[in-house]
Each structure stands twice: as structure tokens, then as C-alpha cells.
Design a protein around this ligand. Structure first.
Ligand SMILES: *[C@@H]1O[C@H](CO)[C@@H](O)[C@H](O)[C@H]1NC(C)=O
Ligand SMILES: *[C@@H]1O[C@H](CO)[C@@H](O)[C@H](O)[C@H]1NC(C)=O
Length: 377
């Protein structure tokens, strides 16, 4: 009986909250068409249904057909406007920091933490960007990255060739992870006692899942994975702080920043930055590589053209196994076109969130209030 009463009360509270939020967005300005779905859960379940990496998510496609390139919806407790209109998206990016701001869903905030990097804007973003550019910027690409990645790719390709079949997503992810874990924090998975990559896997699998934090759910495992991985990184960080020998990695640079008098970077942000970078580098790159291989195998004429381009480079060398040069890399026009097209087609990051900071009118037609935006580009 009590359980029932409590349930009814809870439902009532949530329902009134829903009616309240509905009313609030309804009575100000004109919003684009769309459905808010069921009370409370909105259209969350449909939003989280799986979709393929190289296609528009069915959730978006269906609504684009019904309402056009701009529609409103509701998921994980949020009223959201989804834009698939390139012109509007461009407009939003131009207003970054004035009318719109980077924003994430509540579950993202919970996963990443309130102190997380993703909650910083403006200046801080620029600072971190510069820091990251020291790792993967053009200078470094020319100087070191290209040779190192070349070496790693060749080594891994030889090892894949020995196995008959491989799961490209898995082995590509392993390769990139190995490379960047070493580059960032001199971490070697094969020598470490606590496995970092396992935790990242759990983290990744639950990142886009229904935000229900009870044992057994993907979301719960995701939070656990995030916690465990952060702990491993934090321990490495603390240990390094006591050491005086340089490791020639990104962590050296971070510690230098942390030790500065006029410092911006503190320990927590530094650890978080490593966590995010390790995640971003291997997850997105391995997805793109997987898709690239699928596209190439679907289009043999593209493969033939690629082989031609690379064989021409090999033939023009004195010795075939000479180290790759920057000129050679720049001369791979067709290869770069294939990469660009893959990145364009890939749904690596299916959508990004922006929050409207004030009422914004778009195309003189719809008025947007301080509700969340989601941009599909
Ligand atoms: C994270 O740590 C918890 C507690 O130590 C453990 O139960 C869990 O299996 C770990 N998760 C992963 C993905 O290793
Ligand atoms: C690929 O995209 C990059 C970045 O947008 C651009 O600078 C480059 O010219 C493109 N390469 C080719 C071959 O189209």
C-alpha cells in the first residue's frame, strides 16, 4: 500500500514537473514542430536505439521526414531542438559564446563530472586547445608523429596479417590506444597490472545508453569504468609528481604547467585532460579507420587508385623501405581525399549540444528560448 502511495506521489511530482516544463516552453515564442513524446521519458527510448556509423540515426531521419530539418523533441528529461540544417548550424557556431554555449545532457555531466573539462568554456578552452596542439599540432605531426604512427601501423599490420581474420574496430582501437597511452603518460598496457583499456571499453559501451545507474546496466558500468580509469591515471600522475626524471611525454608538459606560479592547471584538471584525450584519440580514430576499410572494400576502384598512388611513391624512392618523408605525405592527394570523404560520411560524433543563452530568432520564423540545442552536422 505504502509503495503504491509513494509511486503515485512520485509520478504526480514528475508529471507536474513535466506539465510545468511543457507550459514554460510553450508560452514563449514559436518553436519548431515536433513531438515531446511521452510524459517524463519523452522520446528517450527511441533516441537511444542503435544506429549504424555511416548513416543518419533513424531517430533523426524519421523526424526530418515528418517535420523538416528543424524539429523539437524531448529526451533524458530535456526539451531539445534538433537542427540538421547546415545554414542554421553555421549560424549557431558563429554565435558561440554570445548566444550559444557548449552544453551536454545531464547524464554526460554525471559521467564526466561537474569539474570536468567539458564544463569549461571560452578562455579555458583556448588554453587547453593550445596545450593539446603541442601534442598533435602540425609541428609535431611533421616532426615526430608521422614517423611514429608509420612505425606503429606497419608493426601492427604485420601482426594482423598473422591472424587470418581480425576485428578491425578492436585492433585499430588497440593500436591507437597503445600509441597515445605511451605518448601521453608513458603507459604500457602489456606491462601494467591494472588494465586501463578494459575500463575505457566499459566507459565507452555505456556512454550513449539509458541513464539508469543501477548495477547491471551499461550506464552503471560506464560510470565505474570512468572512475577506475581516472584512478589509474591519477596514481600515475601522483607517482610522477614525486619523480624528477623526465619521461618526454605529455605528462611532463602537464606537470610543468601545474608547477607554474601563475598556474591555471590543477591536478584534477590535468588528470581529467589525460582521461579525455586518451578517450577521444582512440575512440574516434578507430571508428574512422574501421569505416575507411569498409568503404575501401566496398569500392575496389578506390583501392586500385590508392595502391597506384602509393606504388608511385615507392618507385620514386632510392630504397623501398626508406623512412617516409613529409613531401611524400603531402603528395598523397588521392589518399587525403579518401580520408576526408570518410570523415565527412562517418557519424563519429552523431551530434553535439549547444545551449541557447538567450532568446534567438532563426530565419525570422522560429524563436528559440533558453532551451537546449542539439546540432547534427
Ligand atoms: C572497476 O572497479 C570496481 C571496483 O573495484 C570493479 O568491481 C569493476 O569490475 C571495475 N570495472 C572495470 C571495468 O574494470
Ligand atoms: C582534406 O581536408 C583538409 C581539411 O579540411 C583540407 O585542408 C585538405 O585540403 C583536404 N585534402 C584534399 C586532398 O581534399
Amino acid at each position: 500500500m505504502w509503495v503504491l502511495v509513494m509511486c503515485v506521489t512520485a509520478l504526480f511530482v514528475m508529471l507536474s514537473h513535466w506539465i510545468y516544463t511543457q507550459a514554460k516552453t510553450r508560452c514563449n515564442g514559436k518553436l519548431p514542430p515536433g513531438s515531446m513524446g511521452y510524459p517524463i521519458i519523452g522520446e528517450t527510448i527511441e533516441f537511444f536505439s542503435p544506429y549504424s556509423l555511416h548513416d543518419i540515426p533513424p531517430f533523426v531521419r524519421k523526424r526530418m521526414t515528418r517535420y523538416g530539418s528543424l524539429f523539437q523533441t524531448n529526451f533524458v528529461g530535456r526539451n531539445v531542438v534538433v537542427s540538421t540544417d547546415p545554414e542554421i548550424n553555421h549560424f549557431i557556431f558563429q554565435q558561440e559564446g554570445t548566444s550559444f554555449q557548449i552544453s551536454y545532457t545531464e547524464s554526460f555531466n554525471e559521467i564526466f563530472g561537474q569539474q570536468s573539462l567539458i564544463s569549461y568554456h571560452g578562455m579555458v578552452h583556448k588554453y587547453l586547445r593550445n596545450l593539446i596542439l603541442q601534442l598533435v599540432g602540425p609541428e609535431n605531426l611533421k616532426g615526430k608523429l608521422m614517423y611514429e604512427i608509420n612505425e606503429a601501423t606497419r608493426r601492427h599490420l604485420h601482426s594482423w596479417a598473422r591472424h587470418g581474420t581480425v576485428d578491425i574496430k578492436e585492433v585499430a582501437s588497440e593500436m591507437i590506444f597503445e600509441y597515445f597511452a605511451k605518448k601521453l603518460i608513458s603507459y604500457d598496457e602489456s606491462k601494467a597490472s591494472r588494465k586501463l583499456r578494459e575500463n575505457y571499453k566499459a566507459f565507452m559501451d555505456g556512454l550513449i545508453s539509458f541513464p539508469l545507474n543501477i548495477p547491471g546496466t551499461a550506464y552503471h558500468a560506464c560510470l565505474q569504468g570512468r572512475k577506475n580509469a581516472t584512478k589509474v591515471i591519477k596514481d600515475i600522475f601522483e607517482e610522477r609528481k614525486k619523480s624528477t626524471t623526465p619521461h618526454q611525454d605529455f605528462l611532463d608538459l602537464l606537470l610543468e604547467e601545474v608547477r607554474k606560479e601563475e598556474k591555471f592547471l590543477n591536478d584534477a584538471i590535468a588528470v581529467d585532460l589525460v582521461f579525455m584525450l586518451l578517450f577521444a584519440t582512440h575512440e574516434t580514430t578507430s571508428s574512422a579507420m574501421t569505416l575507411l576499410i569498409k568503404f575501401i572494400s566496398d569500392h575496389p576502384e578506390v583501392l586500385a587508385e590508392l595502391v597506384k598512388e602509393h606504388e608511385t611513391i615507392l618507385r620514386s624512392r632510392d630504397k623501398e623501405d626508406d623512412e617516409i618523408t613529409w613531401q611524400e605525405y603531402k603528395s598523397m592527394t588521392f589518399t587525403h581525399m579518401v580520408i576526408n570523404e570518410t570523415v565527412r560520411l562517418a557519424n563519429i560524433v552523431p551530434g553535439i549540444f549547444r545551449k541557447a543563452l538567450k532568446d534567438v530568432e532563426v530565419k525570422g520564423k522560429f524563436k528559440f528560448l533558453m532551451i537546449k540545442w542539439m546540432v547534427f552536422d
